[in-house]
Design a protein around this ligand. Structure first.
Ligand SMILES: [Zn+2]
Length: 409
């Protein structure tokens, strides 16, 4: 068994599910258990300045061995798994020499990984696939990234003949609840630039993501007995429906793809007296993003004009921005990753992310940080799987990128 696969199987046995709406960080204490293991393993393999802070961030350094000054390069992965699906008692199944047909994940529960639903599966015929047993997620997101970075680190430390600049490593908690960058110590990390290793299929390389905002709408109605309501009742639910109807009906997640942005009504509750709606607003293009926010506020203003000031409160808060703006002046990060992929026979797949990454937020915190593939598929659920060969290739890719940075000196 390859080192990266052996590491991966060890790391997924730790339940590190994070939790929404927790006050503390990490959101779940169990993430610290994996953090400690990684810290100890990094120390053991001879990495320097290895530390874990009280919030669960693990940092380490591999000093450069090149003869010239090379930019300090970081690799980052997250330790937690998604709150959306159980990560307790993960029992990976190993399908050796996969024959390209449907895979039974759980005979008793009749759960199958079918090529009809996931046509890319048959492309992995002949490889070793790691799947779930159908009752949990696998945790390749992002323990594959963790295992790949760890294996790269052990390779560099054991192969001093491979020239490289300073390589920094960080593992973060709580990425899946959107907080992985919150307490990241960019300065202490010490990297000039970095990659998150948190993407999907082999070859994925991402440096564009949404500009994102949340919109909270509260509508204040006025409840009167319906029998005597004429001219008096203000039904918050109906005003809420009117608000929604003022947003472009085709700019919704189910009608958009690629670079198309959207308004998404995520939750709605209420009664005649008061209604609440939670939206997210997304667009890759900064101008279109700003225009969407303006439209959102104008809808509220119109309804206030119609029904009286104070009827609709709409608060828009920016969440994160497209990292492209920050990567633009560091495009060599993309060119290098692409060239290294091609050298290893990996076809680069460059697509805009229809979401955000910790790297996007780190880019705005001063650490330009595109996203590299892990090799995994179907994250956040029971159909998650990863080919061992993809993990091995990504590991080689990380080593290749680290050593290619010597050319930047
Ligand atoms: Zn992830």
């Amino acid at each position: 068994m390859s080192e990266v696969m052996e590491r991966f199987l060890r790391y997924v046995s730790y339940d590190t599910q994070s939790e929404d709406d927790a006050e503390e960080m990490p959101s779940t204490k169990k993430q610290l258990v994996l953090g400690k293991l990684l810290r100890d393993e990094l120390k053991q393999m001879g990495a320097e300045n290895v530390r874990m802070d009280e919030h669960g961030y693990v940092y380490a350094a591999i000093p450069g061995n090149a003869q010239k000054p090379v930019p300090a390069l970081g690799f980052i992965a997250h330790m937690d798994t998604a709150p959306a699906f159980s990560g307790t008692g993960v029992k990976p199944q190993i399908v050796e020499n996969y024959d390209g047909s449907d895979i039974c994940l759980n005979r008793e529960l009749d759960i199958w990984l079918r090529t009809k639903e996931f046509p890319e599966l048959s492309g992995y015929a002949g490889q070793t696939l790691i799947t779930t047993d159908g009752t949990t997620l696998l945790g390749a997101d992002d323990k594959a990234g963790v295992a790949e970075i760890m294996t790269m680190a052990s390779y560099l430390l054991n192969h001093p003949e491979t020239e490289h600049g300073p390589v920094l490593i960080a593992f973060t908690p709580d990425e899946e609840v959107g907080r992985g960058a919150d307490l990241f110590d960019v300065k202490g990390f010490g990297a000039d630039v970095a990659y998150t290793v948190d993407g999907g299929a082999l070859g994925e390389l991402e440096y564009e993501n949404f500009n994102a905002a949340s919109g909270k709408v509260v509508i204040h109605g006025c409840n009167i007995h319906p029998g005597t309501a004429k001219g008096k009742m203000k039904n918050a639910l109906l005003v809420a429906m009117e608000f929604e109807a003022m947003l472009p009906s085709d700019e919704k997640p189910m009608y958009t793809e690629g670079y198309e942005g959207f308004f998404h009504l995520d939750s709605m509750s209420g009664c005649v007296e008061e209604a609440k709606m939670d939206y997210i607003i997304r667009d890759h293009d900064k101008k279109k993003f700003e225009a969407k926010k303006v439209l959102f506020s104008q809808a509220a203003a119109y309804l206030n004009h119609k029904y009286g000031e104070g009827t609709v409160e709409a608060v828009v808060t920016d969440s994160y921005y497209n990292m492209k703006e920050k990567i633009a002046s560091h495009m060599y990060l993309i060119d290098k990753a692409k060239a290294c992929m091609e050298k290893l026979g990996i076809t680069p797949i460059i697509t805009p992310i229809r979401g955000g990454t910790d790297g996007a937020r780190l880019s705005y915190m001063g650490l330009p940080c595109p996203n590299l593939c892990t090799g995994g598929h179907n994250f956040h659920g029971k159909y998650e799987y990863i080919p061992a060969e993809s993990m091995e290739k990504v590991t080689r890719l990380l080593v290749e990128i680290a050593s290619s940075f010597v050319d930047l000196a």
